[in-house]
Design a protein around this ligand. Sequence first.
Ligand code: GLN
Length: 559
Amino acid sequence: MKYILVTGGVISGIGKGIIASSIGTILKSCGLRVTAIKIDPYINIDAGTFSPYEHGEVFVLNDGGEVDLDLGNYERFLDISLYKDNNITTGKIYQHVINKERHGDYLGKTVQVVPHITDAVQEWVMNQAKVPVDDDRKEPQICVIELGGTIGDIEGMPFVEAFRQFQFKAKRENFCNIHVSLVPQPNATGEQKTKPTQNSVRALRGLGLSPDLVIFIHDVSSTYRVPILLEEQGIIKYFKQRLNLPIDDQPSDLLMKWKKMADRYERLLKVCSIALVGKYTKLSDCYASVFKALEHSALAINHKLDLMYIDSTELERSMEAENSVKYHQAWHKLCKADGILVPGGFGIRGTEGKLQAISWARTKKKPFLGVCLGMQLAVVEFARNCLNWKDANSTEFDPDTKNPVVIDMPEHNPGDMGGTMRLGKRRTVFKTQNSVLRKLYGDEMFVEERHRHRYEVNPELTHCFEEKGLKFVGHDTEGKRMEIIELENHPYFVGVQFHPEFSSRPMKPSPPYLGLLLAATGTLSAYLQRGCKLSPSDSYSDLSDDSSPEKEFPNSETS
Ligand code: GLN
């Protein structure tokens, strides 16, 4: 196993995660199997309890792990599926060590940060690095480890010390450290200044880690460019020598596909606008995966995505009285959008505005996709306005409603008594052939997507909806949980209880999102008629095969 530790200097939020994922992508394109571990030095056990305003979206993994959104970058760039243990936090490490201490594993010794916490970090990394993440289920050969925060942070210190020790254990040809730093260019002089980086490298050296590479990447038009820029700076040759890798110096077809994708991204002429009607619109990271899924789909059909964030509270009647300019601006944006998306969310604030947007999409026949809460609200809207159940609601928002169309349906969760959310990958079975989503998913009998919810459509009432044209075309394997809705006689009115955005990939856009973009650009029926093939003039069908010949290490390597 080869380990690449990526640390950050000067400030956080300069794209360390993108650089780390891009390094992984390059090595994967050389035929190596790559995995990734993200270390977040905060005390929280996981990201599940964060408000989206704290760290952006909570990313959900197949195994139900609620993790930092950087794991989404690794999954998308490397086209792999990670596990909750690929995200290490201080909380998890301490919990692990404290459990062992209570269990008597330390035989009466004083349990300390060094060596017990630092040992636990190293063991965790070594064990997790071996876990297969690819479809072929083989052990990875390269593990990219991203240390969150910047060098010098107090809470990051035990991790830095763990890797200082680890570099000797792993041996030089199996471990390297890349430091991602900021080189400011103050407007006053226009000159690049390296002093902050010099200081941060000095701090890193003082802690016993010497960066092998300090990477500078200028701002680029799209993140797809980053692997290309790194490759152009000779990084393949560098890794080949430094880590003694059995690879060619030349990038493979996979990297060429990334290049084509980056080029195509810069040349998009046609625009498709999507209104994202949500609550956390001040911080675009709160909907990071939704944005990516829309972008993957737009790119697949050769369109530039114009994503308009609309704060749903601004669509509400009460806003008209309070601030009519805001109200009318929000409605103006909604009306001019080619498609409407209502994403997942929690809590009542803004739900009335979302219902207004859904009503608009339904009655004006605007392409609409509702995700999780977005689907639940589409059901509420339909109940109120088509079934005339005026007080219909989700019991999340009105526990006493006479028409509880969305209710709390806890899932029996044997392993985890505390967990009340239905989390992670679950199967959805299509109930009919007559479903646009089924066609978009390649006419599969079932799909497996990730979930994160507590409430669900009330299965007792579904027949009332179906009679009026709102069909529940996908259920869980027991037929009790409604997973997909589709409205008849509408160009695209689809709701999904799962979060398909988490499994969208740059070269494999998520089908429900692709459907929205196709409908919003008026090309959905042609696409379906062609048997779900993108028209050659309009797509990058040449990009979908991303296999690169596999490379094996000569002998089973150390550590
Ligand atoms: N609040 C809703 C629920 O718990 C929707 C959750 C979501 O959109 N992720 O079911």
